[in-house]
Design a protein around this ligand. Structure first.
Ligand SMILES: CCC/C=C/C(=O)SCCNC(=O)CCNC(=O)[C@H](O)C(C)(C)COP(=O)([O-])OP(=O)([O-])OC[C@H]1O[C@@H](n2cnc3c(N)ncnc32)[C@H](O)[C@@H]1OP(=O)([O-])[O-]
Length: 719
């Protein structure tokens, strides 16, 4: 797991060999320990180079080992032995040096990086801190403020920035390993003490306490309940206030606390779940390993509304040439201006040139003859989408892939109007489409494996976390959102206020509560959908009482709010009051409180005290319950997919792992018991009826999440 060689006569070359990222597994740590001991003992060896195989230095500690009992030599003494040795050790960094990998490099006396390499301490994103000396050595090397920023965010740094910050000593466009070997010979005999970071003091500006206090305040505000960033600040504070050994002691204590936390488990679960969803499989036996994507060099986007513009920008940023289509010249010009502005803004931030040359704008669909893949992003209206698909089917080349960016319409119905239903697939982007990481790839009943592979591959090129989902109303994300929204509205009827509900959800870790999100998206969106569904407006069944629709409890509160012209942020009033139309700062609105009071009086509802726990249980458990139904119906490959949809598309706090992981952490019997309780209190809300899968899992002893698939009655039936 670590190869040893002697090169150029006097240089020991130690190569980490644990593909794909040379993670520091027990075997690698043992290999390094033995190789370093040998090099330090061998009188013929005058200096040492540590590098990684296959152009990757090291991706850090082996995260898979965190769930198992610790074996092999620990990292801290291994790194100390390197630093304490009397021979210069040079790290040759190619690819990445992340986490324990960078900490290993910080224990070396010199660091040389390839110009394309990246370094960083991303432990915080796994619910941990850099506990192999990273919190103590990095501040000593680069100073307090930059070290705080890197350690609390886990940000990856390019080789150029690392050079500027002083993390690496040299950057090369050639082989970092060759340069390191040459360098290792040049530094033989030079004093090593100044290069041993543990012997140095952290350079501190006079306002050190202010910097630390401000960092703590910033981190707490951003962390939304995540503990690791806070612990990172505490550990770095120790690098300033305490001698090295005492600082290390503090680092270990904080790590021990984080390591056992449910947050660390959740974040590490997310790391693997994010990678697992890319490995899709279908009930037919097709999977990501045996289905080849079609080449896509030229794409088209139909419709330059909010979604179409974002999708166009995302495609161009991924280097694809794009034909952007609108119905008339005026709309086209407007779309063009917006897309250009977005691309210029983005390019400016990255100090790059906007790739406007990749775009072609037209109102003529016949110009799509040569495109490989078309994404329809017109208004969410089945008749209109069908019309577009019919036309696409006749103008596009026969093997062009046709994608629809719908947030919930039936992909099969759309495919049925084309001559190539097997080449039709849903690509559900989330607004703003060039920013949001989530993509639901919706498999129609006839979508071919090749077309699934193409959509998934395109998602990857766009930098998205793409999740395969089945073709059901609302797909996975929006389908699960409905019971959540319903519960939030019911809570208002029963005595809550928007700020009470939002407060509980924000305390849980959502960036915004449900009512603030609705104000941001525009309340008219849901209103229109409810009208179309016959839940409000002229199509309501006259026999339905006001608070019952289609046989179940219904809250007309959101409709009443819209009827008052309160459409959310854009109109300056929604569930909250804003300082002006388009304003962002929400303040509680006495008019809404009055509206709620009047409503309760009108309907004879006696308001009651509602606590945060009830808000969380009713909103989140109803959503989770629907997640179990999604699994039961075979609309998602597994709980990991659902969790990634919620983490990347709906602001579910990552340190809580996603709704299904959270259910497992809370305990399935508890979720079931609370659902049963609320169902008894609210028998007219079918969403609270516990799903049969949840019951089955509880009866079978609540198996761990990766075993849930074994309890599905129709695994993958719809995929
Ligand atoms: C005292 C302790 C202190 C230290 C703590 C730490 O170091 S904490 C660690 C701090 N380090 C980090 O947080 C870095 C985490 N890693 C990354 O950021 C990225 O993986 C990458 C940039 C290294 C490579 O990106 P890329 O897009 O080229 O490739 P990819 O992402 O698809 O990965 C390929 C395969 O490698 C797997 N795998 C990767 N890393 C690890 C690991 N450390 N371990 C185990 N496995 C790992 C990954 O699961 C995948 O496996 P699969 O699915 O094929 O079975």
């Amino acid at each position: 797991m670590a190869r040893y060689a002697q090169v150029q006569g006097s240089v020991a070359l130690i190569t980490l060999t644990n593909p794909p990222v040379n993670a520091l597994s027990a075997a690698v740590r043992l290999g390094i320990t033995e190789a370093v001991t040998r090099a330090l003992r061998d009188p013929k060896v005058k200096s040492v180079v540590i590098c990684g195989e296959n152009g990757v230095f090291c991706g850090g500690a082996d995260i898979r080992e965190f769930a198992k009992p610790m074996t092999g030599p620990p990292l801290v003494p291994m790194i100390s032995a390197i630093e304490e040795g009397d021979k210069p050790v040079v790290a040759a960094i190619e690819g990445v040096a992340f986490g324990g990998g960078l900490e290993l490099a910080l224990g070396c006396h010199y660091r040389i990086a390839h110009s394309k390499a990246r370094v960083g301490l991303p432990e915080v994103t796994l619910g941990l801190l850099p506990a192999a000396g990273g919190t103590q050595r990095l501040p000593r090397l680069i100073g307090l403020a930059p070290a705080l920023e890197l350690i609390t965010t886990g940000r990856h740094v390019t080789a150029q920035e690392a050079l500027k910050l002083g993390i690496v000593d040299k950057v090369t466009d050639q082989s970092a390993q060759d340069l390191a070997i040459q360098f290792a010979q040049e530094v033989i005999g030079q004093p090593l003490l100044p290069r041993k970071l543990s012997t140095q003091l952290t350079p501190c500006p006079p306002d050190v306490d202010t910097i630390l206090d401000e960092a703590m305040a910033r981190v707490k505000q951003r962390a939304r309940g995540a503990m690791a960033p806070v612990a990172c600040v505490q550990a770095v504070r120790a690098a300033v206030n305490l001698p090295y050994q005492a600082g290390m002691q503090k680092e270990q204590e904080l790590m021990a606390f984080l390591f056992r936390s449910s947050q660390a488990r959740a974040l590490q679960y997310c790391f693997f779940a994010q990678r697992a969803v890319g490995k899709w499989s279908l009930s037919s036996g097709a999977h990501s390993g045996n289905s080849k994507p079609r080449p896509v060099t030229k794409a088209a986007v139909i419709g330059l509304g909010t979604m179409g513009r974002g999708i166009t920008v995302a495609l161009v940023k991924a280097g694809l040439s794009v034909v952007a289509v609108e119905t008339n010249k005026k709309q086209l010009e407007m779309g063009k201006q917006m897309v250009s502005a977005m691309l210029k803004h983005d390019a400016q931030k990255m100090n790059a040139v906007p790739r406007l040359d990749l775009l072609h704008y037209t109102t003529d669909l016949s110009e799509l003859k040569n495109t490989d893949l078309i994404i329809e992003a017109v208004f969410e209206d089945m008749a209109l989408k069908k019309e577009v698909f019919k036309k696409l089917s006749s103008v596009c080349k026969p093997d062009a892939v046709l994608c629809t960016n719908t947030s919930g319409l039936d992909v099969d119905e759309l495919a049925s109007v084309t001559k190539r239903p097997e080449l039709v697939v849903g690509m559900h982007f989330f607004a703003p489409a060039h920013v949001m990481k989530l993509l639901e790839v919706v498999r129609g009943s006839r979508s071919s494996p090749e077309v699934m592979a193409t959509a998934m591959h395109l998602g990857k090129r766009l930098g998205k976390v793409s999740v395969v989902v089945g073709n059901c109303s609302g797909f996975v994300g929006n389908r699960m959102l409905r019971p959540y929204l319903d519960q939030a509205n019911f809570l208002l009827e029963e005595g809550a206020t928007p700020e009470l509900v939002d407060g509980a959800l924000e305390e849980f870790g959502f960036p915004m509560g449900v009512f603030k999100v609705s104000d941001l998206s525009g309340l008219d969106v849901g209103w229109r959908i409810r009208k179309e569904a016959g839940l409000t407006g002229p199509n309501v069944d006259p026999k339905d009482p006001l608070r019952r629709r289609q046989g179940r409890r219904y809250s007309p509160l959101p409709d009443l709010v819209c009827e008052q012209g309160r459409l959310g942020q854009k109109s300056g009033r929604g569930w909250y009051l804003y300082d002006k139309p388009g304003g962002r700062v929400a303040t509680p609105d006495p008019d809404i409180h009055k509206l709620l009071e009047d409503y309760r009086v009108r309907h004879g509802i006696r308001p009651r005290q509602i606590g945060s726990q009830e808000v969380l249980e009713r909103c989140l458990f109803a959503l989770i319950n629907e997640g179990f139904r999604v699994l039961e119906d075979g609309m998602a490959m597994g709980p990991e997919g659902i969790d990634m949809i919620y983490v990347f598309g709906y602001g579910w706090p990552r340190h809580r792992g996603g709704p299904m992981f959270y259910a497992a952490m809370v305990g399935l019997p508890r979720v079931l018991e609370r659902l049963e309780y609320y169902q008894q209190v609210h028998p007219d809300v079918p969403h609270l009826q516990p799903s049969s899968l949840l019951r089955r899992l509880v009866v079978n002893g609540s198996p761990p999440l990766d075993k849930w698939r074994d309890f599905l009655q129709r695994p993958h039936s719809q995929l």
